[in-house]
Design a protein around this ligand. Structure first.
Ligand code: CLF
Ligand code: SF4
Length: 290
């Protein structure tokens, strides 16, 4: 059943609940990724260059134990989120985890984030797993721009490079957003702001995702690394300008704490990841889908 906007505004730190110090636990159950963002150090997320192979994540069976530990430390946790460290739809672990959480902790909001490559074809499974809120990272709606941010996609076992891969990614993101939004899932869009590549494209992205059914929009400033390490990170003025552009079309979220895939606590206020996961994870500070 779809959660009301009022409930999200009270209880979800990334959909308005920051006023109420609502907390979240990220469960890093999703290894591996199926696209190649040029700003992402995939050595962390894709240890053997294929999905499902890494020991640096927790298993779906362990999720409820970690949630129990986290709730003892931070009773204000209202959201169980899965945001990586790879893509949540590239493997089945995120859905499996949400099903288990739904049984033991039905009171928690289930939040997921994805690059959206498989969103359209996995939309029914996502709805069935009871996901309440979804974040899709959309960095461009023009394949020529997306191709400057993403080298290739791995789609149904095939590597598709450049603008051809980018066009498939964008089409699946937008069709997927529409399908899950129509089913009552509340959607946030994250855009990594990359000066000189997509900073003049923000209003076009915001308009397009709003039309597809997204509710809220979040600008994530580039952390210059990997193949985009020589691009300067956006200035406060550039971030503010991008937000103003987006705000003409869609509600903008301004309290993002750029959380890691194993973050626990109230975003920006407290961090209990080490206590909860006890150094089980060795996830370097890198881009997170959030
Ligand atoms: Fe986590 Fe993301 Fe859900 Fe929030 S984070 S999966 S929507 S519960 Fe929030 Fe963190 Fe920013 Fe993300 S502050 S990085 S926007
Ligand atoms: Fe995959 Fe996310 Fe890294 Fe992009 S940023 S390559 S979607 S893990």
């Amino acid at each position: 059943m779809a959660r009301s906007i009022q409930e999200l505004e009270r209880n979800h730190p990334c959909f308005g609940g920051c006023k109420f110090n609502a907390g979240r636990i990220h469960l890093p159950v999703s290894p591996g990724c199926n696209i190649a963002c040029r700003f992402c150090d995939r050595s962390i997320n894709d240890v053997e260059q294929r999905p499902g192979v890494t020991s640096k994540v927790i298993s779906p069976d362990e999720a409820n134990t970690f949630i129990g530990r986290a709730l003892e430390l931070v009773p204000s946790i209202k959201v169980a989120g899965i945001a990586g460290p790879g893509d949540t739809l590239a493997t089945d672990y995120a859905f499996e985890t949400f099903r288990k959480i739904g049984v033991e902790h039905p009171e928690l909001l289930k939040c997921m984030s994805t690059n959206g490559l498989l969103l359209y074809e996995r939309a029914d499974e996502l709805i069935e797993a009871g996901v309440d809120t979804l974040t899709v990272t959309v960095n461009a709606v023009d394949p020529q721009i997306e191709a400057q941010l993403n080298d290739f996609i791995i789609y149904h076992g095939k590597k598709i490079e450049g603008a051809e891969g980018a066009a498939i990614l964008i089409e699946n993101q937008l069709k997927g957003i529409k399908k899950v939004a129509d089913a009552g899932v509340t959607i946030k869009i994250n855009t990594v702001l990359v000066p000189g590549i997509n900073d003049h494209h923000i209003s076009e992205i915001a308009r397009t995702v709003k039309e597809a059914g997204a509710l809220i929009y979040n600008i994530i400033p580039l952390i210059p690394q990997h193949k985009l390490s020589d691009i300067p990170k956006p200035t406060c003025e550039q971030i503010e300008k991008a937000r103003e552009e987006a705000e003409k079309y869609i509600k903008v979220f301004r309290h993002c704490a750029h959380c890691r895939a194993d973050a626990v606590g109230v975003p920006g206020l407290s961090e209990y990841s080490q206590l909860v996961y006890q150094n089980r994870l060795n996830v370097k500070n890198t881009f997170s889908h959030g």
